[in-house]
Write a protein that binds this ligand. Structure first.
Ligand code: MG
Length: 254
């Protein structure tokens, strides 16, 4: 969406604050022995207690055969995105990494964010993967100024992930957000500077680098949602909703 007035802007900012608080509570809950369903239940309860609406629950993305059945996406290790926490319930183990992706609607405005969290102690390669993917999100945000292009964001993200020796997953990427969960423009996590749609003030975007520690190929599980890396490598995912202001991108879900 393009923010048109102060009331939309205020709802966007407040929704982002609330979403960040839910993600921080989930991060704090992550530990060996916790189940994916417990995380989903916590996310849904916190959002509803605030009077807001989980916006992945019941949402059918373009091309999906059925509505998504949970509030939260929980993707463990080689699961890339959109792991379903409440159908096949899994228990977190020491050394795992877990991606938590969540969207909510506050005052009519949708915000979307994700973090990948280590479960207890993880190995050095995994730490490096998490660090590089979060750094790629920061680089993408820094490139998201009005006057730049979608390709500048993708280029910045790709450079950061590949410089660390990892791969960018090309099938998945960022998107416009605000009125709905997924809007134009699609924002690939790779690109060429100066190419793609022009970025303008007031745009609300979700940037989300998604990386693989091995090869970039992914496969979709029979549940129709869970993506995994084809070679079994671990994958990381970090996402923020941002608002493009004249001075640059403002992070809404920090
Ligand atoms: Mg998203």
């Amino acid at each position: 969406m393009i923010i048109a007035n102060d009331s939309e802007r205020e709802n966007l900012i407040e929704g982002g604050k609330r979403l960040a608080a839910v993600l921080e509570a989930l991060r704090a809950k992550v530990a060996p022995g916790v189940t994916t369903e417990e995380l989903d239940d916590l996310a849904e309860a916190m959002i509803r207690d605030d009077g807001d609406e989980p916006c992945f629950l019941g949402y059918t993305p373009d091309g999906a055969g059925r509505a998504y059945p949970a509030t939260l996406c929980v993707s463990i290790n080689d699961e890339v995105v959109h792991g379903i926490p409440n159908e096949t319930v899994k228990t977190l183990k020491e050394g795992d990494i877990v991606g938590l992706d969540l969207g909510l609607r506050h005052g009519g405005i949708v915000v979307d964010a994700a973090i990948t969290v280590p479960v207890g102690k993880v190995n050095d390669e995994t730490k490096k993967l998490l660090y590089a993917t979060e750094a790629a999100l920061a680089a993408g945000i820094a490139a998201a100024s009005p006057g730049n292009h979608v390709g500048d964001i993708g280029y910045a993200i790709q450079q950061e992930i590949e410089a660390a020796g990892f791969s960018v997953i090309k099938e998945l990427g960022g998107h416009g957000v605000g009125d709905r969960v997924h809007e134009e423009p699609f924002i690939p996590n790779y690109g060429r500077p100066g190419r793609g749609e022009l970025l303008s003030e007031g745009m609300v975007l979700a940037l989300e680098p998604i990386s693989s520690a091995g090869k970039a190929a992914v496969i979709l599980a029979p549940d129709g949602y869970t993506y995994r890396t084809k070679d079994g490598s671990r994958s990381a995912h970090f996402e923020h909703t941002i608002l493009l202001e004249s001075s640059g991108a403002r992070i809404i879900t920090a």
